[in-house]
Design a protein around this ligand. Structure first.
Ligand code: DAT
Length: 172
């Protein structure tokens, strides 16, 4: 059976991992967290002193994922989306969280003041939405609210329906 590939993107803390894992368990699609994949494979290219984090080696990440992506049925989670091949994804969801809620979530993660401010600004300026629109066809990019548990439930149900329809449309 042919299955679609889904990209979940958005500022850190908006709920990509929470949605991705739940969606995978309910749909049977495979969940891949690019941050975890990079950590496990040490797919890094240097270190960013300002943000105190390793720099992703985007080419190696793409190489690592290529085979699975061409098979289909993968949910990818990452707070960036401009370096993935456009052809990989059948749909792109950009999660959105209100500033005050996001601030609290990132504070709970123990982010320092600069990282907190930069990430909340990233959300205010809709950086990931712009990046998604610049990288994929407008008609496959959708924003999803991600503030409260009911949003999570709604998003899961909406995406499950979309997957079901996609599978129907692509079975012959
Ligand atoms: P991300 O993967 O985008 O960094 P996450 O899934 O780790 O985000 O979620 C960050 C925190 O927010 C985590 O404590 C779970 C919580 N959260 C996620 N989605 C939520 C929602 N719809 N309602 C309430 N809390 C949510």
């Amino acid at each position: 059976m042919l299955l679609p590939n889904i990209l979940l993107t958005g500022t850190p803390g908006v709920g990509k991992t929470t949605l991705g894992k739940e969606l995978a368990s309910r749909s049977g699609l495979k969940y891949i967290n690019v941050g975890d994949l990079a950590r496990e494979g040490q797919l890094y290219d240097g270190y960013d002193e300002e943000y105190d984090c390793p720099i992703l080696d985007e080419d190696r990440v793409v190489d690592e994922l290529e085979n699975q992506m061409s098979e289909g049925g993968v949910i990818v989670d990452y707070h960036g989306c401009d370096f993935f091949p456009e052809r990989w994804f059948h749909i792109v969801f950009v999660l959105k969280t209100d500033n005050s809620i996001l601030y609290e979530r990132l504070e709970n993660r123990g982010y320092n003041e600069k990282k907190l401010k930069d990430n909340v600004q990233c959300e205010i300026f809709q950086v990931l939405h712009e990046e998604a629109l610049a990288s994929y066809k407008e008609e496959i990019v959708h924003q999803l609210p991600s503030n409260k548990p009911e949003d999570l439930e709604d998003n899961i149900n909406q995406i499950l329906k979309w997957i079901e329809q996609w599978v129907k449309d692509h079975s012959s």
